[in-house]
Write a protein that binds this ligand. Structure first.
Ligand code: ZN
Length: 370
């Protein structure tokens, strides 16, 4: 039986089904009523059969694996030059960590008997949802900004999904998509709103812990747009603590793009970027230009609860980090360079000590931005 939905604010519950609401009547994002975790000690990495990828951790996921490409268990590599461990989240079937959420979201759609989904995205999430919808045999409309990169549009079209181009801001794209959902035009497979997506992104934390023989790093530095990976990491590490598998939380250190930094603004930092004069409005990191994150309060809570911080970066440090990554064999897209650029700044301003043990996800492939 698919798990029901509950509102964490007003505690209203909603029965699972193809016509379940996409958010609570009070306006908040919904959560699953079940949060399972296994009992007892986990297997060491050498004993763990990881051939099912992120579904290796099925005991933590309240969804059956109906739609999968055996994605996940991405490499965790030591990088001496950056003095950090990079988790290669661009090594996924559609080239970004969004596949973590797409496999669980479309698996949930199959459980519910959904026949059409809609999603809005600037690129990676749309490509992921479209590809998994194709595997599921579910019709998909993907709302995209009119100026979406051709290569990301191609991924959507090749999956036989219908791209719906919307003029205006990224928020206009979301608004158009929500209008379609409200008029009954499909189940909202939203990477921002749907709890199924976060049931997938939390596997990031399980993999990091397992790959480190069930320890957590001192900190994880992540890019923050809608916070899908940051919240997934927070939920995953929290669940590992609740299960008694680890007994610490890593600090979650966020990285946003200057001029598109609502979390930095909410916490009291400088949303224009503090690193170079007049960073202003940064356009290079198109994957995280989100002005109204659906789960803004949860993102702030995850950062403050773990003793984390969030900063905004301008074009210059992002471009410098991107060049350095490419020279070192990490062929990622510009948005992926925001977190390593932030890592450098956190080290320079003393937020991170030189010997702090840090994991940084590299979130999306550079091949799709050609
Ligand atoms: Zn509510």
């Amino acid at each position: 039986m698919p798990t029901d939905l509950i509102c964490p604010a007003c505690e209203t519950t909603y029965q699972a089904g193809p016509n379940e609401p996409w958010r609570c009547q009070c306006g908040r994002a919904l959560e699953f009523s079940e949060r399972p975790h296994p009992e007892g000690d986990p297997l060491s990495l050498s004993q763990l059969d990881t051939s099912d990828g992120l579904w290796t951790f099925f005991e933590f996921i309240p969804i059956e694996p109906h739609v999968t490409f055996h994605e996940g268990f991405t490499p965790l590599v030591d990088d001496e030059e950056w003095n950090a461990q990079f988790k290669l989240e661009y090594v996924f079937p559609t080239g970004s960590f969004k596949d973590r959420g797409a496999t669980t979201t479309l698996s949930r759609a199959v459980e519910l008997g959904v026949d059409k989904i809609v999603e809005d995205s600037s690129g990676n999430a749309g490509a992921a949802i479209a590809t998994y919808a194709a595997r599921a045999g579910i019709e998909a409309d993907i709302y995209v900004p009119a100026g979406v990169k051709q290569s990301k549009l191609m991924t959507i079209q090749r999956a036989d999904a219908r791209p719906v181009r919307v003029e205006g801001s990224r928020q206009d794209v979301t608004d158009a998509c929500i209008d379609a959902v409200e008029s009954g035009d499909g189940w909202y497979a939203s990477h921002a709103w749907n709890p199924a997506f976060y049931a997938g992104t939390m596997t990031f934390a399980f993999e990091v812990a397992a790959q480190r023989e069930w320890t957590v790093p001192d900190a994880v530095v992540l890019p923050v747009g809608h916070g899908t990976l940051l919240l997934g990491a927070y939920r995953g590490f929290s669940l590992l603590n609740e299960a008694g598998i680890v007994d610490e939380m890593p600090r979650l250190l966020g990285a946003q793009a200057a001029g598109h930094a609502p979390i930095v603004e909410a916490i009291g930092g400088d949303p224009a970027g503090e690193d170079d004069e007049g960073a202003g409005d940064t356009d290079i990191a198109d994957g995280i230009q989100i002005e109204l994150p659906a789960r803004k309060n949860q993102i702030i809570e995850a950062i403050t609860e773990t003793g984390g911080e969030v900063i905004a970066l301008g074009d210059d440090p992002i471009e410098a980090a991107l060049d350095r990554l490419h020279r070192n064999g990490f062929y990622v897209e510009p948005t992926s360079a925001v977190a390593p650029a932030a890592l450098q700044q956190y080290r320079e301003d003393g937020t991170l000590a030189p010997d702090d043990d840090v994991v940084v996800p590299l979130t999306g492939s550079g091949l799709k931005t050609l």
